[in-house]
Design a binder for this molecule. Structure first.
Ligand code: GRG
Length: 294
């Protein structure tokens, strides 16, 4: 299957399951359910669920075993987008091609919609089937570790504290690791764990996620300079406006592109422990994300 069809099919499966797992818009209190659904069903590339499902398949597991974990990752990711867009954070008014959650529902409901999606993510994980190596406790601990104050939330703290200050490349890498790579690492690890992967496979997926995650964020920084809001579905050029450090600003556009290419090669090499057939889709995703234009 070509990569675009793979992405489309995977997104359709994840959206159908999310629709089953999340409370309907007509369930009271309906405002919050409308707000949660507004942001989660606004489109989005669904890269994290895709990585989770494909990591499970690379480890010999089924998509079904990892589907609730894939949904949990998208719910958690959507919470970060809603909260990141709030006036007290990045203060954005466009996300996934639509007005941001707080612009439509108000700040109070947007905070709560993010909170509820975060909470639902753990409920979804608790429903991922156990296998010989891992159970719900392991899945919950994994997502909590990667997205709490040590990683994802911690990355946002470094980001807030770095605003308006000259950052070193290492400081910027630490922000990108927390805000982006940590959830991407969790995506592939949870897919592997849901498939009952070996320790060696889990280590390989962790390194693949780390490299791919950082490359993904460097490309995101590049697109923030070179693309348009119409193509990306979110505001662009914001980082420069608020004097936030980005890869192209710190190391130059050519070096940023070169580093993204090197990380993509390192992510590819990390998958050497898998057979050609098993790693085929993870490799295709890796290449696709380097060349993406949105
Ligand atoms: C806890 C508030 C809070 C934030 C944590 C993850 C994060 C930090 C903030 C979200 C905003 C942001 C720019 C994160 C960097 C990672 C990134 C590039 C997110 C966008 O992901 P895509 O491109 O988005 O996969 P779609 O809309 O396609 O799902």
């Amino acid at each position: 299957m070509d990569i675009k069809s793979l992405i489309k099919e995977s997104a359709a499966k994840v959206e159908a399951r999310l629709n089953e797992l999340l409370p309907g818009e007509d369930i009271a209190p309906s405002t919050i359910h409308k707000a949660m659904r507004y942001s989660i069903f606004a489109g989005g590339k669904r890269i994290r669920p895709l990585l989770c499902l494909e990591a499970a398949k690379a480890c010999g597991g089924s998509e079904e075993a990892a589907l609730n974990a894939a949904c949990a990752l998208e719910a958690l990711h959507t919470y970060t987008l809603i909260h990141d867009d709030l006036p007290c954070m990045d203060n954005d008014d466009l996300r996934r091609g639509r007005p941001t959650n707080h612009k439509v529902f108000g700040e109070g409901i947007a905070v709560l919609a993010g909170d509820a999606l975060l909470t639902e993510a753990f409920a979804m994980l608790a429903r991922v089937p156990a296998n010989d190596r891992y159970d719900a406790g392991d899945y919950v601990a994994e997502l909590a570790y990667r997205t709490g104050s040590l990683h994802l939330v911690g990355g946002q703290v470094l980001d807030l504290e770095g605003e308006g200050r000259e950052l070193t490349v290492d400081e910027l890498r630490a922000i990108h690791h927390g805000k982006t790579s940590a959830l991407i690492i969790a995506s592939v690890r949870l897919g592997g764990m849901a498939a009952g992967c070996t320790h060696e496979q889990l280590e390989a997926l962790t390194e693949y996620g780390r490299c791919l995650g950082l490359a993904f964020q460097i490309i995101d920084d590049i697109l923030d300079v070179t693309s348009t809001p119409e193509v990306l579905g979110k505001s662009i050029g914001k980082d420069a406006k608020v004097h936030k450090a980005t890869y192209p600003a710190l190391v130059g556009m050519d070096n940023a592109r070169a580093e993204a290419r090197e990380l993509t090669a390192a992510a590819r090499a990390a998958l050497d422990v898998f057979s050609d057939r098993r790693r085929e889709n993870l490799l295709a995703i890796n290449d696709y994300l380097l060349k993406r234009d949105y």
